[in-house]
Design a protein around this ligand. Structure first.
Ligand SMILES: C[S@@+](CC[C@H](N)C(=O)[O-])C[C@H]1O[C@@H](n2cnc3c(N)ncnc32)[C@H](O)[C@@H]1O
Length: 220
């Protein structure tokens, strides 16, 4: 299984918690910013059905083909893969949900991306972001790190950033997968670090989820 497939596996619970909390359903139009290989886009497409639409946006042009292939394999024709930076996000219509996961830790200016995401949601739409607090993860009790990533602990700032982007915070929480011994959590960590954690206790970086919407008096 690839790193991305594993990521989807170990972080499946935070994703489903958020989507159930949101009430995502038939016919919703969504954008998945920083879609990567499209795991989340495919999951969203299955929930919105054939009357919905998913824009899978990624700055990497190679992602477009990977997402298109994932959509074809899943039989989800309502996924539209686009090459765009989150900082330049522009869609042909407003959406009911602007989503990102493991994106803002990589971008130069997270708030600029959140503002662009806020701008594409319709008056009754939502923004959902899921970002990690890397240093709160533990391997055998020791803190994790991600050298080279711009904002490894961006999750800890996410609720405030979302408010600064002009959105009303509806809900926010953190969830961390944990395990010891062989299994998806250990395999995911080994893919990331190239080190076998053996039987060590692992707490992966908590993923902070925020659910936000446009302010009621925001008629833009
Ligand atoms: C760690 S992957 C996350 C993929 C997916 N969201 C997930 O949770 O499995 C981060 C993705 O964000 C994309 N990305 C990085 N900077 C970006 C930006 N400024 N705008 C849009 N996508 C970006 C990368 O190309 C990569 O596919």
């Amino acid at each position: 299984m690839s790193e991305l497939g594993l990521r989807n596996d170990v972080y499946r619970r935070p994703l489903s918690t958020a989507l159930i909390r949101l009430g995502l359903g038939e016919g919703w139009r969504c954008v998945d910013v920083g879609a990567g290989s499209g795991d989340v886009s495919v999951a969203l497409a299955a929930m919105v059905g054939s009357s919905g639409r998913i824009y899978a946006v990624d700055a990497d042009p190679l992602a477009r083909d990977v997402v298109a292939e994932a959509a074809a394999i899943a039989g989800e024709a309502q996924i539209i893969a686009l090459t765009q930076a989150g900082e330049d996000l522009l869609l042909p219509e407003t959406v009911d949900l602007a989503f990102c996961r493991f994106l803002l830790l990589h971008v130069y200016e997270p708030i600029a991306v959140l503002r662009k995401m806020a701008a594409v949601i319709g008056p009754d739409g939502f923004l959902v972001a899921q970002e990690p607090i890397t240093s709160a993860g533990r391997i055998d009790g020791r803190p994790m790190s991600m050298p080279g990533v711009r904002h490894p602990d961006i999750g800890a700032m996410l609720p405030g950033l979302v408010r600064s982007a002009g959105l009303q915070l509806i809900d926010a929480w953190a969830e961390a997968p944990a395990d010891a011994g062989p299994g998806p959590v250990a395999s995911y960590l080994e893919e990331l670090t190239e080190v076998d954690p053996g039987d060590a206790s692992i707490v992966l970086p908590p993923l902070v989820t925020v659910i936000a919407r446009r302010e009621a008096n925001d008629n833009a």
